[in-house]
Design a protein around this ligand. Structure first.
Ligand SMILES: NC(=O)c1ccc[n+]([C@@H]2O[C@H](COP(=O)([O-])OP(=O)(O)OC[C@H]3O[C@@H](n4cnc5c(N)ncnc54)[C@H](O)[C@@H]3O)[C@@H](O)[C@H]2O)c1
Length: 276
């Protein structure tokens, strides 16, 4: 199926690694011109380098999505290079259980809500909700001007069904769902589609140390992985957990005109973990 993404201009936030990197590369493979954003410039360079080595088109736009000035500069980079923005993928996020590689200092998380420090709330809300607000508001005027645009935000099944020990993260991701539906209603008349993709556990560097990665040959690690797999109906058949490419394939479809009749929706890509 030709997704007809040739020369569409896409901004993918947090695409220096993990799910975002797979989305950026997949859109580029489909012919899109991709603005690779990340908090860490070297990560963005790496993804952009892979895209251009494969014959695709990419520029690097490092920015912290929580910082509106930096977000505006990121959008301006795409405009300077290609004159427009057709697609925004809000992917930048912090690992559900914050660690030192979240681009922030270790602030805890992964515990019960009663033990969560307020500092965690603001970090999570900042990146997950303000990141989406900043990037969406910075891109929308350009989409409105051309009466065409696609916005996809990567949420999490935690935001659909709630996840114990991830209360704040669940709240933030659920907020992005409601925001996306409101935006879809406001902007449908301008041919702007707004949707969410909701991964279940997906093997990325953010989860490198968790049982999700399936690492560890010892019996205890294997048992942990098998018990995780039991929560993913199709994962049991395929004997695997989600991969970034699983998410990227769906995003590529949703940002294409093949999906032009789909807006305000949330699609879980989760091996059947939750069936909402
Ligand atoms: N991996 C999973 O199991 C999983 C499951 C559900 C949802 N998600 C969501 O998918 C998205 C990607 O997750 P991932 O596992 O690929 O994470 P990751 O940590 O591997 O990659 C995220 C990237 O975002 C960047 N980033 C972080 N904060 C940023 C900021 N303020 N501005 C710009 N870039 C920033 C990081 O530097 C990193 O390169 C996130 O929104 C996450 O919540 C992941």
């Amino acid at each position: 199926m030709d997704l007809a993404l040739k020369d569409k201009v896409a901004i993918v936030t947090g695409s220096g690694r993990g799910i975002g990197a797979a989305i950026a590369s997949t859109l580029a493979e489909e012919g899109a011109r991709v603005c690779v954003n990340d908090l860490f410039e070297e990560r963005a360079q790496e993804t952009a380098g892979e895209i251009t080595s494969a014959g695709g088109q990419a520029i690097v736009a490092p920015a912290d999505v929580t910082n509106r000035e930096q977000v505006d500069a990121m959008v301006q980079s795409a405009l300077d290079e290609w004159g427009t923005v057709d697609i925004l993928v809000n992917n930048a996020g912090i690992p559900a259980r914050l660690g030192e590689d979240s681009g922030r200092s270790q602030v805890g998380g992964g515990g019960f809500f009663t033990d969560e420090p307020e500092a965690l709330w603001s970090r999570v809300m900042d990146v997950i909700t303000y990141g989406v607000l900043n990037c969406s508001q910075a891109c929308l005027p350009h989409m409105l001007k051309q009466e065409y645009g696609k916005i996809v935000s990567i949420i999490s099944d935690a935001g659909r069904v709630g996840e114990p020990r991830l209360a704040t993260y669940s709240m933030a991701k659920g907020g992005v769902v409601a925001f996306s539906k409101a935006l879809a209603k406001e902007n449908g008349r301008f041919k702007i589609n707004v949707n969410c993709v909701s991964p279940g556990a997906t093997v990325t560097p953010a989860l490198a140390d968790s049982p999700v990665a399936g690492g560890g040959a010892d019996p205890a690690s294997k048992e942990r992985f098998q018990s995780l797999l039991r929560q993913y109906p199709i994962g049991r058949g395929l004997e695997r957990i989600g991969q970034p490419q699983d998410i990227a394939n769906v995003v590529a479809f949703l940002v294409s005109d093949r999906a032009e009749w789909i807006t305000g929706q949330v699609l879980s890509v989760n091996g059947g973990y939750s069936m909402v």
